[in-house]
Write a protein that binds this ligand. Structure first.
Ligand code: NAD
Length: 287
């Protein structure tokens, strides 16, 4: 038995189908959506993520442009490229693949992106608007999680939501979204005391800490909805496969709904990037 799966792959495909008429309508009016992806360095995981994003754009009818640089590229070069892309009418979204090389200041680079083109939602202006409940580009991973809850008829209102992890790209925007949806939100992190006691209160438990199989069945309230954001590569002696932050097999026995890894949150993240890029193009076309 066990909890029902939230199939992120299937939901992502369904949403991507629905994008096609929107991109076609924009293209017919001369506003084909365009996404620029900037990659500095040779990090193999980043290269895979960038390739996946570019392929997903092509399949959805979004024009994509890759700007690749070596790891020693001066920050000024990246800032000049971002300025040019900010001014380019064919580009509606700009994404800088993280992590950046060590000599760069992430905040300076991300904040060089015009908020109108900040389809990753990492600009301070985007996060500020999100916290205040104003329209903005929502960071793709937590946005995808909200879509998954919606697709399964889970209304966070009045529910206890516990998030493990407080990064600016997942944990904090996830907390803001659940709070905006009227959940009672707890954010746990590396300094939280008695984390299992907090986790056991959760009706909705989101694991986003980057520790393989951290969440075990004894930390989960029976019937909880468990969302596993984590993507971890197991060492070769453990099979070298991808695994999440949740001990899927044991937690599935306790949860009512659970996301697998892979095939859960991951496909939804790229889907929401496409959604934000199309929305940026629609906003521009409407001007
Ligand atoms: P991060 O390293 O920036 O942040 C991790 C957070 O977890 C920190 O706030 C830290 O305080 C907390 N944490 C670390 N160890 C902890 C512990 N033992 N107990 C409690 N809290 C702890 O990571 P991130 O960028 O937010 O990513 C988190 C995970 O999600 C990673 O596995 C990452 O690969 C994955 N991720 C997946 C997607 C996706 O599309 N599915 C997108 C982004 C990130």
């Amino acid at each position: 038995m066990g909890g029902q799966l939230i199939d992120g792959k299937a939901l992502a495909e369904e949403l991507r189908e629905a994008f096609k008429p929107r991109t076609a309508a924009l293209a017919a009016k001369g506003h084909r959506p365009g996404l620029a992806v900037i990659l500095a360095g040779e990090d193999p995981a980043s290269q895979v993520y960038v390739r996946n994003k570019v392929n997903a754009c092509e399949a959805a009818g979004i024009f994509s442009l890759e700007a690749r640089y070596s790891a020693d590229v001066p920050q000024e070069t990246l800032l000049a490229k971002i300025a040019a892309l900010n001014a380019d009418p064919a580009i509606h979204g700009i994404l800088v693949q993280l992590p950046l090389p060590r000599h760069m200041d992430e905040k300076t680079v991300l904040e060089a992106i015009s908020p109108e083109k900040d389809v990753d939602g990492f600009h301070a202006a985007s996060l500020g608007a999100l916290v205040q409940g104003h329209p903005c580009f929502i960071p793709c991973t937590p946005h995808g999680v909200m879509k998954m809850l919606e697709a399964h008829g889970i209304d966070p209102s009045g529910k206890e939501a516990v998030i493990i992890g407080r990064s600016s790209i997942v944990g904090k925007p996830m907390a803001a979204l659940l709070l905006n949806a009227n959940a009672t939100v707890t954010v746990c992190h590396s300094k939280t005391l008695d984390l299992p006691a907090h986790a056991r209160r959760a009706d909705i438990l989101v694991a986003a800490l980057g520790k393989p199989r951290f969440v075990t069945a004894s930390m989960v309230k029976p019937g909880a909805v468990v969302i596993d954001v984590g993507i971890n590569r197991l060492p070769p002696e453990e099979g070298g496969k991808l695994c999440g932050d949740v001990d899927f097999e044991s937690v599935r026995e306790v949860a009512s709904l659970i996301t697998p890894v892979p095939g859960g949150v991951g496909p939804m993240t790229i889907t929401m990037l496409l959604a934000n890029t199309i929305e940026a193009a629609e906003r521009r076309a409407g001007k």
